[in-house]
Design a protein around this ligand. Structure first.
Ligand code: APR
Length: 417
């Protein structure tokens, strides 16, 4: 053991933060740290091409846009186009437009596909002199509760490497190594399976005028823009359904029926998969000097588009906390988990509410269907309900920024040391 430690010390590099994973969470953390002049090394298992092409979320919420604005980074990291905040609900073919404008000043949300954000964050980080290592294999985390954690990995050619650091940012998603390194019992996991499947289809077909969510007795469907000539569609299906059971003609027929649009223009389908809607929270989002960021700490059902935005929220809080810590103030590191989780549960509740409402309003048993339709009716007719919805869609609700100004009373109760 002593010999092994001796070898490691010979070859070990040193940095302030090792970031595991180069998805939206990892690249946001790395870019904000680098922008603050804080050293970090990003280790990503996959190749740069793979990460840059991965398509998922599409809307950077208002709060996240303003967060990048406050760092002076908007022009460098955000692509896409400003989003006018209009969401279309189509209930049995009848269109209702809902605005998520909250009337506040400042830049609005952006239609910015995840891969565009990740590519731009990566470019910004590298332009600022960032250290980003792709194809890092067998990443392992050690001494997380000590003063100087160690991260080991192998380069693409198999060379072992060791990095010591002050903090590890676990940004490696739900199936990464960071959270699984935490000993059993240290985190409490809250998991929920919605019992709903979605077939998701990417196609070279015209985007809708507004992001569109449709309720019908045949099940939920949605149509989102993903670029000037590409769209993502969602179709509710049994959670264990087989994508092969959905040939192109069935996909387009189902979309035309559920969207109530017989003239919907089709196009070549470039990707199709089925996933279960599930929600997951790990509490606390910290173990020693490991801080979990993004999907490594929480999965939110895709309804409401909060997954990527929560990751950006965590990244902002973590980067600010490290910046404070480097200047001698650890308060924000101690409160990181509690502040993130407050926002996480708020968005979980919103996503769950929207998931239930839009699915139950379609094909649930009659009592639940009528409840869900009453909720939609309230959203379409009550200015107060529309305003609460807008607050949640923009991410500008008080569970976000207000908490950042609160002073904790009891640090140990907040997931700190
Ligand atoms: N070592 C190094 N990198 C790893 C490892 C590992 N052992 N395991 C996973 N990774 C990398 C993945 O290859 C991926 O690039 O970590 C990254 C995790 O990225 P995401 O899964 O996209 O997670 P996150 O960045 O938290 O995403 C935030 O954006 O679009 C949404 O669905 C996405 O909700 C999620 C959000």
């Amino acid at each position: 053991m002593a010999e092994e430690t001796g070898q490691l010390q010979d070859s070990a590099e040193s940095t302030t933060v090792v970031v595991i994973g180069a998805g939206p969470a990892g690249m946001a953390v790395a870019t904000l740290l680098r922008h603050s002049g804080i050293d970090c090394v990003v280790l990503e298992r996959r190749s740069r091409d793979h990460v840059a092409q991965r398509q998922r979320a599409g809307i950077v919420e208002t709060r996240a846009v303003r967060m990048f604005d406050s760092w002076g980074l908007t022009d460098r990291v955000l692509g896409g186009v400003p989003y006018d905040g209009i969401l279309e609900f189509r209930v049995d073919g009848r269109s209702r437009l809902v605005s998520d404008s909250d009337g506040s000043d400042g830049p609005p949300a952006r239609l910015c596909p995840q891969q565009v954000l990740v590519q731009k964050l990566t470019t910004t980080y590298l332009e600022d002199g960032g250290d980003l290592r792709f194809e890092a294999a067998d990443v392992s985390l050690h001494d997380l509760t000590g003063d100087r954690p160690t991260v080991r990995y192998r380069t693409a050619d198999g060379t072992p490497r060791t990095i010591t650091c002050d903090f590890v940012a676990g940004c490696d998603g739900d199936r990464g190594v960071s959270r699984t390194t935490v000993p059993d019992g240290a985190l409490t996991t809250y998991a929920f399976d919605h019992g709903i499947g979605w077939l998701t289809v990417l196609a070279d077909a015209p985007p809708p005028a507004h992001p569109l969510l449709a309720v019908s007795r045949e099940g939920f469907a949605a149509h989102f823009p993903r670029g000037p000539r590409s769209s993502r569609y969602y179709l509710q299906c049994p959670p264990d359904d087989d994508p092969d059971a959905w040939p192109d003609t069935r996909v387009w027929d189902a979309l035309r029926t559920r969207l109530g649009d017989p003239g919907l223009v089709s196009g070549p389908i470039t990707d199709r998969e089925i996933f279960r809607l599930r929600s997951l929270v790990h509490d606390p989002m910290r173990y020693g000097r490991l801080f979990l960021v993004g999907d490594a700490a929480h999965i939110v059902s895709p309804m409401g588009g909060k997954g990527m935005n929560l990751a950006l929220y965590d990244a902002d809080l973590f980067a600010r906390a490290v910046r404070d810590s480097v200047q001698g103030d650890d308060t924000a590191l101690h409160t990181y988990s509690a502040r993130c989780l407050r926002r996480v549960w708020n968005d979980q509740e919103f996503s769950h509410w929207l998931t239930r409402t839009l699915h139950d309003a379609g094909d649930a048993e009659p009592f639940l269907r009528n409840l869900a339709r009453a909720r939609l009716d309230r959203l379409f007719t009550s200015p107060a309900a529309a305003s609460a919805f807008a607050e949640l869609m923009t991410g500008l609700d008080p569970t976000g920024d207000a908490m950042a100004r609160e002073v904790p009373g009891n640090l140990s109760a907040l997931g700190g040391d």
